[in-house]
Design a protein around this ligand. Sequence first.
Ligand code: GUN
Ligand code: FE
Length: 428
Amino acid sequence: MTTLLIRNAVVMTMNAADHIYTGDVFIEGNRIKQLGERLEIADADRVIDAGGKVLLPGFVQTHIHLCQTLFRGRADDLSLIDWLKERIWPLEAAHNEDSVYYSAMLGIGELIRSGTTTILDMETVHHTESAFQAIKESGIRALSGKVMMDYGTEVPLALQENTQKSLQDSVDLLEKWHGAAEGRIQYAFCPRFVVSCTEQLLTGVRDLSEQYGVKVHTHASENVGEIAMVEAERGMRNVVYLDHIGLAKPNLILAHSIWLDDEEKRIIRERGVKITHCPGSNLKLASGIAEVPLLLEQGITVGIGADGAACNNNLDMFQEMRLTAYIQKVKHGPAIMNARTVLRLATMGGAKVLGLEGQIGSIEAGKLADLQLLDLEDFHVYPSFDADWHSRVVYAATRGDVDTVVIDGQIVMEGKIVKTVDKKVVLK
Ligand code: GUN
Ligand code: FE
């Protein structure tokens, strides 16, 4: 097994005790083997001297559309449904095998460059094979799946699927990719949102996700127009409807969930449904402000995602963390959410959303080695010993500070070059 020794870093473990120390981390194969202030390791295949740098768990982003990376800059003046109809769905319908591959590679390059090591991704209807191929080659840890859309007066015919075929295509991809790359890749069913799915499709997803033991990733209660459509057509609010179908379970992950009423929150809490907060997208599409502090207070598991490059122009978790904090501070006052809480959402929060809290999200012996090393050389802090590391990282670090990224024990980025991606992203 190959070994990697990182020496002399400021290690922010993000473990339950939030331990921070200056010292070493030793990695054997794809796992963290040992932590300590000065490890006695005589021999390692690779030693990185990280003196003066900060070592953090890689970010876990729980809502991304890699297929939309190529659609950047298309959401300045429309709200969700019009934006999908006019800007996004025609482009998704025009995707081909190559464009999905390059869209994914470009997105993954940005994600790794900004310290993200695990994603929950939702692709388009077709060519999802290309996205899995890019995920495999890039080295990123990912749960992904084809989007499912078999209904909707607004959905272009080119993207509307036959119900059985949508389910069968998903299962075919699942059987090929779930557990691939030594477990680094997982499949997740992705019914896009209630607006684009028949009850038959959602029932099929319920049964298949149970049969295969995989996640279900969807959008819910993002926008008031979307909610009105669901109420008009199904006679219920989003989460009540998903519960009525039998989908409201611990494997269900809801993106956005801004406009939840008390009954929906109760269902989410009692059934163990997970939520992904997407602050940049929620602001740019003017969707609204999610009640993140209240959800956390109620014991609901929350992660953070950038959504697609098409809705917020950015896949940068540093930006999403700051926005998460800023929005709530302006609304509820400065004490509502500190940097420690926000950094936890971006790491362990995401790991919990994905049911991977025993594997990723913190730097602990036995966990998978998914790490980012920040070079914060121009962090002018005086006197430095009483500065709060969480606050420094959340409010002052940028993606340009990410120097090295390790995923599954492999160095995928070093000296700011993403070794596994940058050479491949040459658009034809
Ligand atoms: N709801 C359904 N599809 C989408 C999408 O592609 N992006 C966002 N932000 N919301 C959605
Ligand atoms: Fe989305």
